[in-house]
Ligand binder design. Structure first.
Ligand code: FES
Length: 185
């Protein structure tokens, strides 16, 4: 038996110390950000404002509902949850609208802030211009391209974007790095 790895990088959390954080996630793409969120909450005093914008198609599609409730009840986190139009039931206490629209409405300040984005490609495609409109530079925005990985071992060659291997060089990249890649969202 052989063991390969671990490969790839991670969110450079220590570089975020002293900054405000905005997490933006859609659907089942919350899990890659969840552990980072918990890390940041464990070190809560090392960060400024923390905002989490999370959405899914319907209420049933939201994941980690218990944790969403916990974050919603904390006084030191701003949780903005949303579902697509029609995805809300009568008891829904969140927003209704697509994640990029709700992010724009929530309008977190870009000053001294890092944005961490993970979601389906279409969500990322429409979220990046919103962040730009809010004043975020490409260096202030991080995303993770985990959905492009296949073997995760640096062997299959199916995660590459140009000469970048997502499994070995990523999966975490800044928006500046992503925009330099020859890829379509
Ligand atoms: S996921 Fe197979 S080489 Fe990267």
């Amino acid at each position: 038996m052989g063991v390969r790895g671990p490969y790839g990088n991670s969110f450079p959390i220590e570089e975020f110390f002293g900054r405000n954080l905005v997490f933006v996630a859609g659907g089942i793409a919350l899990p890659p950000l969840r552990t980072l969120i918990w890390n940041c909450l464990d070190w809560r005093d090392k960060f400024g404002d923390i905002t989490i914008v999370y959405g899914a198609r319907t209420e049933a599609d939201l994941v980690y509902k218990r944790e969403l409730k916990e974050w919603q009840e904390r006084g030191d986190v701003r949780l903005v949850k949303t579902v697509d139009p029609g995805g809300n039931g009568p008891g829904w206490d969140g927003k209704v609208g697509f994640v990029p629209t709700i992010l724009e409405e929530a309008a977190p300040s870009a000053e001294n802030t890092i944005a961490l984005v993970c979601g389906p490609p279409i969500m990322i495609k429409f979220t990046l211009p919103v962040l730009e409109k809010l004043g975020f530079t490409d260096e202030q925005v991080y995303t993770t391209l985990e959905n492009r990985m296949k073997c995760g071992l640096g062997k299959c060659g199916r995660c590459n974007v140009g000469n970048v291997y997502v499994c070995k060089d990523g999966p975490v990249f800044t928006a500046k790095q992503v925009k330099a890649m020859p890829m379509e969202f």
